[in-house]
Write a protein that binds this ligand. Structure first.
Ligand code: AMP
Ligand code: MG
Length: 487
């Protein structure tokens, strides 16, 4: 266990130089205070969780203090936003404070979001509000607990600093952790600004530090791109299988590591709805729930374009062709497990599609359906779940198919079935209305609800006594919350 002043820094991105990032100091928040910290994220840095409660912790992550070895930098990147290219973006309100090694030799970027203005702030104020910082914190840690690759969050620091959005709010900072904060948009920036030398440096950097095994391949850059395609296919398969809607899949929000990144107006589905749009500025539904799959490929194509100086177009196209089959394989594998199946049959895809259609038509809660399906034998479970459906004949037909599919799957006890299914079907997901309750309490100075919700979501598959209210469908007021994009 380390104290806060014992972190070991090695700022590799900062050493790439001024073409890649700009030195900027954090702008302190007034009266910084701890809102919530993640013990699990603290452990990634070998930090004793008790240090989160010390005043110096809030000072460090509220922008007042800095380690002597930290080299805070705002990174430059660009990206395709809603399909159109924006030539220059960058860390407009976030700073890469430095890069830290833990005792296991793992490397973590410390990235402070809401740290004030930078050369890339454009029209923004460089700030993040408490509401959006809490949402990013809860989502990163909840996704990780579900087994979905994601950036992590160490803490949220609140303050009395006024920040204007649609109304006056309070400024906050969230300390984000990831092995790298390099985005697709980093590569696009150097490609479109025609800076081949810097682009080559960036590619070498990513290859050496994050894809070293690709060095062994005959074409290392191609191997790296293939790996990025594979990781994205797997990540998006997990989003779809668990009902996560990212909301702003611009290429500047896509991590080069294939982890969920840059949380804005995201949402988990309550009722299953393939057409769900969580971002209220997304009028055309470009980033709707079901569109996430083709958009994943679109984004990878945008990255491929930026990699044409290193890889032949034919090879890039071939690698892009891996995306959909890989996505489908991962998705189907996970959905089979969610249905309690241990073997694969060709008809399984249809079984899943039919179920989703029935759920869509009846507005069935996506998370609770699968959890309850595993509570007892297939026959008992479908008999009990039947009441949730409007199209009873449709559901009965599906249920017959499902029961016979389960009987072909093998012999196992009800207990084995429950254990196996509950291990992949969460009881608790981050529901917007619950985040909203926690935020409302935090805005009036009570952080206990954020902390409790974080705690519950850190063990989403485990039934936690006394926490039944976190496994409920939303009340009417919580069903169609409009989450503001001005975060
Ligand atoms: P996002 O939609 O959050 O991914 O942000 C898109 C771009 O706008 C990024 O370059 C952000 O750094 C920048 N940005 C977002 N909010 C702010 C803000 N309040 N101040 C400065 N820059 C911001
Ligand atoms: Mg972003």
């Amino acid at each position: 266990m380390k104290a806060l002043d014992e972190l070991t820094f090695d700022n590799r991105f900062a050493r790439l130089g001024d073409a890649f990032s700009t030195h900027v100091l954090p702008e302190p928040l007034d009266e910084p205070r701890l809102v919530v910290a993640s013990d699990a994220a603290m452990a990634l840095l070998d930090l004793d969780p008790a240090v989160a409660e010390t005043p110096v912790f809030a000072e460090l992550f509220g922008g007042h203090k800095l380690w002597a070895e930290a080299e805070p930098r705002a990174m430059v990147y660009s990206g395709h936003q809603f399909g159109g290219y924006t030539p220059q973006l960058g860390d407009g309100r976030g700073l890469l404070l430095g890069e830290v090694y833990n005792e296991a030799g793992e490397h973590w970027d410390l990235h402070l979001k809401g740290a004030g203005m930078t050369p890339y702030s454009r029209m923004g104020d460089g700030r993040a509000v408490l509401r959006s910082s809490i949402r990013e914190f809860l989502a990163s840690e909840a996704l990780h607990a579900l087994g979905i690759p994601s950036s992590r969050a160490l803490c949220v620091i609140g303050s009395s600093t006024p920040v204007w959005r649609e109304k006056q709010e309070r400024g906050a900072m969230v300390l984000r952790l990831a092995p790298s904060h390099i985005r697709f948009g980093h590569f696009e920036y150097f490609y479109y600004t025609k800076k081949p030398e810097q682009q080559a440096l960036l590619a070498e950097h990513v290859l050496n530090l994050h894809y070293p095994e690709c060095r062994e391949q005959p074409e290392p850059y191609l191997a790296m791109f293939r790996e990025i395609v594979e990781r994205n296919a797997e990540m998006i398969a997990k989003w779809q299988a668990y009902g996560f809607c990212h909301g702003v899949m611009n290429t500047d929000n896509m991590s080069i590591l294939g982890i969920t990144f840059d949380f804005g107006p995201f949402a988990f589905l309550d009722d299953f709805d393939a057409h769900f749009i969580c971002n209220h500025s997304d009028h055309e539904g470009r980033y709707s729930f079901s569109n996430q799959v083709p958009i994943g490929q679109w984004n990878l194509s945008a990255l491929a374009q930026a990699l044409t100086p290193f890889i032949s177009v034919d090879a890039l196209k071939e690698a892009l062709g891996l995306y959909l089959p890989l996505y489908q394989a991962h998705y189907l594998d996970l959905m089979r497990r969610r249905l309690g199946l241990t073997t694969a049959e060709d008809e399984d895809q249809k079984l899943v599609e039919q179920l989703l259609k029935l759920m869509q038509n009846s507005g069935v809660d996506y998370t609770l359906f699968f959890r309850r399906l595993g509570d007892e034998s297939a026959a008992l479970a479908v008999a009990r779940l039947r009441d949730d459906f409007v199209d009873l004949a449709g559901f009965d037909a599906w249920a017959e198919q499902y029961k016979s599919r389960v009987s072909r799957d093998g012999e196992y006890s009800e207990e084995q079935r429950r254990e196996r299914m509950h291990a992949v079907n969460p009881l608790y997901i981050l529901r917007n209305y619950q985040a909203q309750n926690a935020i409302a309490a935090a805005e009036s100075g009570d952080y206990s609800e954020v902390r409790r919700l974080h705690e519950v979501l850190s063990k989403p598959f485990e039934e936690q006594p006394g926490m039944e209210q976190y496994a409920q469908r939303p009340p009417d007021w919580g069903k169609h919350l409009e989450i503001s994009c001005s975060s």
